[in-house]
Design a protein around this ligand. Structure first.
Ligand code: HEC
Length: 141
């Protein structure tokens, strides 16, 4: 259900982006033109696809074990910081930063008692790291 809500939000953002063209709200018909999905895709960082974000969500909640410490949709828990508030302890929140920190982990946490092992202590692949980073990137945007 959370995912459907999110998808709905993204669609709304994409539609708003298409509607608000040249400083003027255009007719709703414009949003139904083939340009709408492209507008959504352009909001992602270079090299990141919607499919990666979707795969990343499964890794976050499943094989990556991220949700155990970072909570549902990055809300945070007593053993891991929130990832959805746009505030970052260890970097600028860019996609490259996220890939790097998920790959290496945080052996010396600034605020939390237990370290994050590389890849959350799991054996997920480099592709999985990039996908889960893509999902995390969307959480605060
Ligand atoms: C054992 C708990 C645990 C697991 C599992 C875990 N993390 Fe973490 N994560 C942490 C802690 C603790 C920190 C560092 C917090 C601090 O510095 O006080 C952290 C930091 C981060 C940061 C940097 C946050 C910032 O504010 O700079 C990101 C991004 C992140 N984790 C993503 C992930 C992802 C994605 C996964 C799954 C692959 C994952 N984590 C798995 C506990 C965990």
């Amino acid at each position: 259900m959370g995912r459907n809500v999110k998808l709905g939000l993204w669609t709304a953002v994409a539609v708003a982006g298409v509607l608000y063209v040249g400083g003027e709200w255009t007719s709703l018909q414009a949003a139904e033109s083939p340009a709408a999905p492209v507008a959504g895709a352009q909001e992602l960082p270079d090299g990141v696809t919607p499919a990666m974000v979707e795969a990343g969500e499964s890794i976050y909640t499943g094989a990556g074990g991220c949700m155990t410490c970072h909570g549902v949709e990055g809300a945070g828990t007593p053993i891991g910081p929130g990832l959805a508030d746009g505030e970052w302890l260890h970097g600028d929140g860019s996609y490259d930063f996220l890939v790097e920190i998920i790959d290496t982990g945080v052996m010396q946490p600034m605020q939390f008692g237990v370290p994050m092992l590389p890849k959350g202590g799991t054996q997920i692949s480099d592709d999985d790291v990039r996908a889960v980073a893509a999902y995390v990137w969307t959480l605060s945007r």
